[in-house]
Design a protein around this ligand. Structure first.
Ligand SMILES: NC(=O)c1ccc[n+]([C@@H]2O[C@H](COP(=O)([O-])OP(=O)(O)OC[C@H]3O[C@@H](n4cnc5c(N)ncnc54)[C@H](OP(=O)(O)O)[C@@H]3O)[C@@H](O)[C@H]2O)c1
Length: 220
């Protein structure tokens, strides 16, 4: 069975995803930078890879994997320097390793305005630019990709329902972390998700149905 490397596995989305993958009996390697975070992920059945995105990434993290999920990020409490090092350069290094190791699908957890940083929230323009160029590097890498661009993340309970259409009301441009994790899981399990880029928000359509609709919409 395909093995998936999750980068940012101890993050809020990462932990939810690892839990969901464990329930679905999907083999998973969890990349964490702090050994103290290993135990709880190991208990869920994940194999642990200790690595820091600010350092060169180890080959053995990618060697026996078919898929990679990148859901790491420097977070809102660090400066732009860390955004460059993690959200941009860390992601670029992960994509390069995915190419080297012939990864069959790279799922990038990006951000709403990565497609058009110029018209995104001015206060986080640097963040959107980093996400933009990380996505661009993946798009141009030749590695089969799925790019998910969530709206503002919330910690509310999963709804199981999303839309890939950007809501007109800015307050509605949100999605729970649990639903993002479920979207990643959905995309890992479905080859139609390969080479797709979607914004994701909470909405009124079951997750699987929303992705089918998005793919059909693009096919015309
Ligand atoms: N917040 C929003 O509204 C929003 C909206 C759209 C997209 N996003 C994106 O969604 C993604 C996941 O969000 P989240 O809430 O799950 O984030 P999170 O909880 O902050 O998790 C980020 C993970 O990245 C890891 N990380 C940071 N620096 C690292 C390094 N040098 N080496 C290895 N790992 C490192 C962290 O490790 P530690 O556990 O060791 O700290 C953490 O586990 C991020 O890419 C974020 O930019 C966020």
């Amino acid at each position: 069975m395909d093995k998936t490397l999750v980068i940012g596995a101890n993050g809020q989305i990462g932990r939810l995803l690892i839990g969901m993958m464990a329930l679905a009996n999907m083999p998973v390697k969890a990349m964490v930078r702090n050994s103290e975070h290993a135990q709880k992920l190991e208990q869920l059945g994940a194999e642990i890879i200790l690595a820091d995105l600010e350092q060169p990434l180890p080959d053995d993290a990618f060697a026996d994997c078919d898929k990679v999920v990148f859901t790491a990020g420097s977070g809102g409490k660090t400066g732009a320097d860390k955004t460059i090092l993690i959200d941009l350069w860390g992601a670029v290094k992960a994509v390069d390793m995915a190419k080297k190791h012939n990864i069959k699908q790279f799922v990038m957890v990006s951000a709403r305005d990565a497609g058009d940083p110029e018209n995104g929230t001015p206060a986080i323009k640097h963040y959107n630019i980093c996400k933009h160029f990380a996505d661009k590097h993946l798009l141009e890498s030749g590695v089969p990709y799925t790019i998910l661009r969530p709206g503002r993340l919330t910690d509310d309970a999963a709804t199981g329902k999303i839309t890939t259409q950007r809501p007109s009301d800015k307050d509605a441009m949100v999605i729970t972390r649990a639903d993002v994790a479920a979207c990643v899981l959905q995309c890992l399990d479905h080859s139609e998700a390969i080479n797709q880029v979607d914004e994701i928000y909470n909405g009124d359509m079951p997750i699987a149905e929303a992705f089918i609709k998005a793919v059909k919409g693009r096919l015309g």
